[in-house]
Design a protein. Sequence first.
Length: 246
Amino acid sequence: MSNTPKLAGKVAVVTGASKGIGTAISKALAAEGASVVVNYSSSQAAAEQVVADITAAGGKAIAVKANVAQSADITRLFAETISAFGKVDILVNNAGIYSPAPLGSITEEDFHRHFNLNVLGLMLASQEAVKHIGPDGGAIVNVSSVVAVFCPPGLSVYNATKGAVDSITRTFSRELQSRNIRVNSVNPGLIATEGTHANGFVEDGKPSPLGLVGQPQDIASIVVFLASDDSKWINGQVHYATGALI
């Protein structure tokens, strides 16, 4: 039985990777042999710590600042990836924001801020990644959310962005299948991250029917699976990782 890491020789770009789920994904991909680009928008020290942790464990990684809601930043993100590692095999669209607001408090600014990052940024990053994925193909993994179907109150704009992500996942999977580029999403339930703690979701929310609040590593292992040849027969699928919440 081979002990070769699942992602040996692969290059992965992870957006929004300086904390939470993105950090766990970056470390998990690196542990399976991928060279990882740790993207961040503002948290430079945190991103550099992720890189330091990966390299200390024997992996390869660089940190690249880029706001994926800006097309010029996305172009630079992938240019720096090619400069460092020579190619792209895997894109994990993890960057996203959420800001609770009931119907009466929604503003145009909030709407566009959410959709520009959570939806447009994902589309633009995918568009640029495809330019650099070679003839052997690759994988795009979108981090969506259970809210796409669970639809909790007070999060209508965020919920809508994740519904869009699921639709885009299915569409891109069909557009890119001839290039051997698989596109799937993983939709977490309640995960203990800086953001869910800050918004009181972990403390105030109910645990899943399994009696657990998910951890970032629970999502990272699924992303590794979807990025690797272990899932070569899976494309255009939305995978709910919610502890049986739905």
